[in-house]
Design a binder for this molecule. Sequence first.
Ligand SMILES: Nc1nc2c(ncn2[C@@H]2O[C@H](COP(=O)(O)OP(=O)(O)OP(=O)(O)O)[C@@H](O)[C@H]2O)c(=O)[nH]1
Ligand SMILES: [Mg+2]
Length: 305
Amino acid sequence: MNSHTASHIKKKIIAREKNFKKSREKENTSTPPQHTTFLIRTNARKDQRKNERERERKKKEDQRRAMFSLIHGLCEWTFSKPEMRILIVGLDSSGKTSMLEKMKEMFSDLQPIPKEHIKPTVGLNVAKIENFLGVQWTFWDLGGLERLRPIWLKYYRESHGIFFLVDSTDETRIDEARVVCNRMLANTDLLNAPVLIVANKIDESGLEGLTMVKTAFESSALNSNSNDTNRADGTGTATASAPTTTKNGILDSKKKKKKEDASATPIAKRVMGASAFTGVGIKEAVEWMCNAVNGSERQRELDFV
Ligand SMILES: Nc1nc2c(ncn2[C@@H]2O[C@H](COP(=O)(O)OP(=O)(O)OP(=O)(O)O)[C@@H](O)[C@H]2O)c(=O)[nH]1
Ligand SMILES: [Mg+2]
């Protein structure tokens, strides 16, 4: 090798070293070395995958929860007892509260109020009987005084059925009871609601009392086309010969409409004897109501079943 070639190689080596130094300096100052960049990229991808997995896990968890609550709701709906809300109305002193207390005693562990402590009802008495005949019962007992009867209206829409109590010992008020009952039945909020006329106090009146109530109620009282249905709210003073027309002798259209609705109402209805004192007939009354409500149009309308 001559001296010219040797110096040329030397220069090349020096130039390469310089370049290498420069590139190292550049790497140190500005961009991270290649292997570091690779590490950062790999970590970012790992994080991304981890996030995706976490999102996927949460999604599945949400789906599982939704499915569980759906099945839970379905089971509850399938196996829960049907609920029946029964309104107990009738003239004052017909024995509604006494009957409510007797039902508590007969069908539940609830503590009944002794009959000598029962006072005329001003507001509302409620008895919830958890399981009788496989049904959850709610009985609403309202005051029967004339001034309290407008309160009945508020409960019509929610009631599956009606117990209308009649004092079978009091012949003097039988027409009043009949008229009040008819007015109540003409209310369209009670469409398809089964109604049981309970001739109460038969421990005192016996068969005679029951016959008296049956005669009064089965003849015309439960016929919704009866002349007594001129007022559809079940309230107000009742007389046996309540007027059916306006001053001009013409039914106004509203009343006529309600009258037509009422006459078109196919409801289960019956008169049965009972005694809130002895308990006679009460089980039969509740059984009748259970059968009348169960699977009825009224139940479908109220419970969407
Ligand atoms: N002999 C007899 N008396 C009864 C019977 N049920 C209720 N009574 C009596 O009738 C009266 C009125 O009873 P309540 O249960 O307060 O009547 P109610 O219908 O709730 O009366 P209001 O709350 O005013 O609407 C009380 O003196 C009771 O003791 C019954 O089955 N037989
Ligand atoms: Mg009462």
